[in-house]
Design a protein around this ligand. Structure first.
Ligand code: HEC
Length: 107
């Protein structure tokens, strides 16, 4: 293999994972995952969870700042909000998109 071919090969190898992650993000549908996992609690108010659509509830939570809300989603909160909202396959960024979707639907 010439050094140029080796370079091209290494370059393609470096580039490919980036492309595949981008493709996954395009496929990610925050509303769909919300319906499949978070809705069980956040759509019904089960376990005293803040209901999506309850403007006052989310205005108060928004005062903590988006970063805190996302951190609490990732780590769980007070032993009743489960870590990652039970979406174990969701990345941190994907969880953030779902929180944004929940806020957009409430405020
Ligand atoms: C088993 C029920 C349950 C599921 C499933 C669940 N939540 Fe929650 N969630 C709660 C409860 C209860 C709270 C309120 C916790 C508190 O304030 O003590 C909460 C709070 C939150 C908050 C507010 C955090 C804060 O700092 O005030 C966010 C954001 C959130 N959940 C996002 C999600 C997302 C996103 C999902 C799905 C990926 C999800 N939740 C799934 C029960 C649930």
């Amino acid at each position: 293999m010439t050094s140029k071919a080796l370079f091209n090969f290494a370059y393609a190898f470096l580039l490919f994972p980036t492309l595949s992650v981008a493709a996954e993000d395009d496929d990610f549908d925050a509303e769909k995952i919300y319906q499949a996992t978070c809705f069980a609690c956040h759509g019904t108010g089960a376990a005293h969870s803040p209901e999506v659509g309850d403007q006052i509830e989310w205005e108060i939570r928004m005062e903590k700042g988006m970063d805190t809300l996302v951190q609490n989603t990732i780590a769980g909160l007070n032993g009743i909000m489960p870590p990652r909202g039970l979406c174990v396959s969701c990345s941190d960024d994907q969880l953030k998109s779902i929180v944004e979707f929940m806020l957009d639907s409430s405020l």
